[in-house]
Design a protein. Structure first.
Length: 600
């Protein structure tokens, strides 16, 4: 079958050429024939279009760089790749990687297009020798009339549904688009390593174009990041297919088996006593790491603060009675003796000055990882610096959590010690339930996000069961629990057993139901056990599920943690079910439900 598809791609191009000498058309069809991309070459004008299931996904749009002409067309070639790969950890144990690659060679430029069942991607390769500079991209993305997008401005902003033609400049990616006719797309980028990030804005003709925050410079030959369109027939398809961004990055080089995902408890007293208490809590509750957040080496915004020295910020500890000081080395020793890792936060001000000093020093201390704070992401320099920093952290066996405006683009496949990243409006902002129900279909397409789940804080705008469900809805191999909570506040809460036995990496992930901004039901499998997270917006609803992932007729035990009669009440129920039985979950306004399904 696949060789025939390969032949049909070539035949389609030949038929187009037979129909007219100009323009030249090159067609690439995915191995399952679901997605088709056509590139049109008309003199110096190069455009592309795409179809999903026979329906337009992207209308004819330009392929061009601003200030770097392609030159004369030379040749085209095709390559069929069929395979799978196994990540060290992730949302699924096995990832398919099946595509047809179309390579178009010009005098000064090569355009590579890959077409998958899950969508398609393209990148530019600048040819030649010596240095280069160009101003930006003239790439375009024109969607069918009537398409709507969920725009977000600022990596921690809120989402708004707007007609694509009304999108405002500087929009974040991934950008989720409802194409109409039952089809969906997410516009993203993969492999952003030595290149300004792609923000999006109007092109003046109803479509979109990348807005790079700075020129691009380098040495030839040079490859740009991939422009990616994840495609699906439901918004949940986009989340399930987010591995497409990983596929477009190279595999790791070296041994990363030392990388350990896990759950994390934040320590905020900045004391020896508090650190040891956090370790004791972590041991009892199945938590893998504690993290000393901002302030352990001085004021994080003070350029004179030294991250190679332990010196708690006086302003942060002034209100803590009987602080007793911080012997960080003793806490690390105590934690390691109990098989608990210690993570340290370092603001970018110290990190930029001291990276090459503190990484080997932290390794010597026995630190497990570093949380980068308030990283810079503008222009070409800082993305390159971030990749280099994660690589250097790996040299010293340090895992990494990048916070604030950074958005992943799949290169965590190449550098798997990058376990998670923020780039999300999480619980530091106390977002609405509607926002949370938007994230699985938008931000999650870029990969792991550090949402900082909470439990007792009265500022929460959701129920506790909603927060519990978010631990499944949100994929983060470093999953922070109890962000604004203290161990003594949650010590005697039996319903929290769900958190304590929860995995953070998975063998399989499925979107069972959902609508952007309204509700989401995500199921994730670890071994033979399925974990479910169901959340709703500010409207209560009943969700009815038929869980096709269970063996028909097989016996299972279902345990649920769902909304009770108040915002803080969680009701635990257990029942015997069979595969194929319907499951009905009642969700309170801004509420949720977590569930565990295990074979009997």
């Amino acid at each position: 079958m696949h060789p025939a598809i390969f032949a049909r791609s070539i035949l389609a191009a030949a038929l187009c050429l037979a129909a007219a000498a100009e323009p030249r058309r090159e067609v690439a069809v995915s191995p399952d024939e679901l997605v088709q991309v056509t590139v049109c070459i008309d003199g110096e004008r190069i455009t592309y279009s795409a179809v999903l299931g026979g329906k337009p996904a992207v209308l004819e749009s330009p392929l061009a760089l601003d200030g770097w002409p392609a030159g004369k067309f030379i040749s085209s070639s095709r390559k069929l790749v069929l395979g799978t790969w196994r990540p060290l950890y992730g949302e699924r144990a096995v990832i398919p990687d099946n595509f047809l690659e179309l390579t178009l060679s010009f005098d000064r430029l090569t355009i590579v297009v890959r077409v998958y069942e899950e969508g398609f991607a393209f990148r530019y390769r600048l040819e030649g020798k010596g240095s280069f500079e160009f101003a930006g991209e003239a790439t375009g993305f024109r969607f069918p009339d009537g398409s709507y997008a969920w725009q977000q401005h600022g990596a921690e902003g809120e989402y708004e549904r707007v007609p694509v033609k009304d999108l405002k400049p500087g929009c974040e990616r991934p950008l989720t688009v409802e194409l109409g006719g039952g089809n969906w797309a997410a516009l993203a980028e993969a492999g952003q390593v030595d290149y300004p990030r792609m923000l999006l804005g109007p092109d003046g003709a109803g479509g979109l174009t990348p807005a790079l925050d700075g020129p691009v410079r380098g040495s030839l030959p040079f490859e740009t990041p991939w422009r990616v369109l994840v495609l699906g027939r439901a918004p949940g398809d986009l989340m399930e297919r987010n591995y497409l961004l990983l596929n477009l990055n190279p595999p790791p080089v070296g041994d990363y088996r030392w990388v350990k995902p896990g759950k994390v408890l934040r320590e905020v007293t900045l004391s020896t006593k508090g650190g040891k208490a956090a370790v004791d809590f972590a041991v009892k509750r199945g938590i893998d790491f504690i993290e000393y957040d901002a302030g352990w080496y001085g004021h994080e915004y003070d350029d004179s603060s030294d991250a190679s020295q332990v010196s708690p910020d006086p302003k942060r500890i002034a209100a803590i009675p009987d602080h007793g000081g911080l012997d960080l080395h003793e806490v690390i020793r105590y934690a390691r003796s109990n098989n608990i890792g210690v993570l340290l936060y370092v603001n970018r001000r110290a990190l930029e000055r001291q990276r090459d000093l503190i990484f080997p020093l932290f390794r010597k201390w026995g630190v497990a990882g570093v949380k980068f704070g308030f990283v810079q992401v503008d222009g070409q320099r800082w993305p390159r610096w971030l990749v280099e920093s994660v690589r250097k952290a790996a040299d010293h066996k340090l895992v990494v959590d990048i916070h604030d405006s950074f958005r992943p683009s799949g290169w965590q496949r190449t550098h798997p010690n990058l376990l998670t990243a923020e780039g999300v409006r999480g619980n530091e902002h106390m977002p609405t339930a509607s926002h949370n129900a938007t994230l699985p279909f938008t931000r999650a397409i870029a990969g792991a996000y550090d949402y900082t789940i909470c439990w007792t804080t009265p500022r929460l705008k959701t129920t506790r069961a909603h927060q519990m469900a978010m631990s499944v809805v949100v994929y983060s191999p470093l999953q922070f629990l109890f962000w604004y909570d203290r161990p003594d506040q949650v010590e005697h809460a039996p319903e929290l057993d769900f958190f304590y036995h929860l995995p953070v990496t998975w063998d399989e992930t499925r979107s069972l139901a959902g609508a952007v901004g309204e509700h989401a039901v995500i199921a994730r499998r670890s071994g033979q056990s399925w974990y479910l997270g169901a959340i709703t917006n500010e409207r209560s609803r009943t969700v009815e599920l038929r869980m096709g992932m269970l063996a028909p007729g097989a016996p299972y035990t279902l345990k649920t943690w769902c909304d009770g009669d108040s915002k803080t009440s969680v009701v635990i129920r257990e029942a015997a079910i069979k595969g194929g039985d319907p499951l009905t979950l009642g969700l309170a306004a801004s509420g949720g439900c977590a569930a565990l399904i295990e074979p009997r």
